[in-house]
Design a binder for this molecule. Structure first.
Ligand code: COA
Ligand code: ZN
Length: 318
């Protein structure tokens, strides 16, 4: 992809919902999917094939996958998160052909999140890749959590992440995601790490997944963009957060990401009004949801028009 466009990958239906304890009815999730697609977003993570005991919100994962795949929206890539082989099998059985396996580059967060050491998760990934024998069109993405810091271990050295990337590469994986799960990253180190990744692996499609925990989500995305990363995760309303990472907060808001890139002349293909309709819809479904998005709060800038000295008072009273 050239510098003039980015893909915003919408993760609200997965990351955004996983931190909401109350079950959101499947019909509402499907309607949200429809509205998000209508806004022009073409890449959506729609659910998570995790243990319903760990995250009851996704007890309807198979139902959700089947429903949205049946809608077959043209040119839309639908994916799901999986934490283990069982999840990958269930996803594939539901017709899902794009799955994102998640493991943390931090040992402690991996144990907290999926109850496995990173070596055990890597073994799980090997078995998931072998599923391609049964499902040849299965696309597997390697999602790495806590790349820019872990709530238990603090900063993670880029070399640790690169070590995992090398292993994934050897397994034949060519799509990988770098996540700042708890918002520890800053633009300088995000840019440095991303540059190391794209330089060593020019044929890997990297995506970035930022949480705006400390207000650096957009700056970190921009830093990754400048390092050459063209796939950026966002969540409608800035919702999201990992329930197994203390202090985790929402993803960078899709509305704010779209605004930033479009204002810079970088095409996202998203219609902001339609996107805001999706956010308004979910606010009706879940009335007490707290969005974290500047664009939802204040809208896009609309100049009120020039003022004259005579008209000054009226302008301010508008
Ligand atoms: N989907 C549905 N059910 C699953 C499953 C999956 N992917 N993986 C395991 N299970 C079920 C098993 O069948 C078993 O069910 P049972 O108790 O009825 O027999 C139960 O869950 C325990 O299985 P086990 O393999 O021992 O898993 P675990 O208890 O060690 O939990 C995970 C491991 C990964 C499944 C669980 O921790 C999990 O789902 N975590 C979610 C992590 C997450 O989504 N984090 C946020 C995103 S980054
Ligand atoms: Zn996340």
């Amino acid at each position: 992809m050239n510098k003039d466009e980015v893909i915003i990958r919408e993760v609200m239906l997965r990351d955004g919902l996983q931190n909401i304890p109350e079950f959101i009815p499947t019909e509402a999730k499907i309607e949200l999917f429809r509205l998000i697609v209508a806004s022009g977003l073409r890449n959506l993570e729609v659910t998570s094939f995790v243990s319903p005991k760990a995250i009851p919100q996704f007890q309807d994962a198979a139902q959700m996958a089947r429903a949205v795949l049946k809608m077959k929206p043209e040119g839309v890539e639908v994916s799901a998160l999986v934490p283990n082989l069982r999840g990958a099998q269930l996803a594939a059985e539901s017709g899902m052909r794009n799955i994102g396996f998640v493991m943390s580059v931090s040992e402690s967060h991996n144990i907290s999140n999926v109850r496995r050491t990173t070596a055990e998760s890597m073994e799980e990934m090997k078995k998931i890749v072998e599923l391609k024998g049964k499902y040849p069109d299965l696309e597997v993405k390697a999602g790495m959590a806590t790349v820019f810091g872990c709530p238990f271990e603090g900063k993670i050295k880029p070399e640790v992440t690169l070590g995992f990337i090398r292993q994934f590469y050897q397994l034949g994986l060519r799509h990988m995601s770098l996540a700042d799960t708890v918002g520890f990253g800053n633009p300088k180190e995000v840019q440095e790490t991303c540059r190391l990744c794209v330089t060593e692996f020019p044929d890997v499609k990297f995506s970035i997944h930022m949480h705006n925990t400390r207000g650096l989500g957009l700056a970190n995305s921009l830093a990754a963009y400048e390092a050459g990363i063209r796939i950026h995760d966002g969540a409608v309303g800035g919702l999201g957060g990992c329930p197994f990472a203390p202090g985790a907060k929402g993803n960078t808001s899709t509305e704010d990401l779209v605004f930033m890139f479009e204002e810079m002349g970088v095409k996202t293909g998203v219609n902001m009004d339609a996107l805001l309709e999706a956010s308004r819809y979910f606010q009706k479904v879940k009335k007490d949801v707290r969005y974290s998005s500047s664009i939802i709060e204040v809208g896009v800038p609309v100049p009120k028009g020039p003022i004259t000295k005579d008209g000054y008072e009226q302008k301010w009273n508008m």
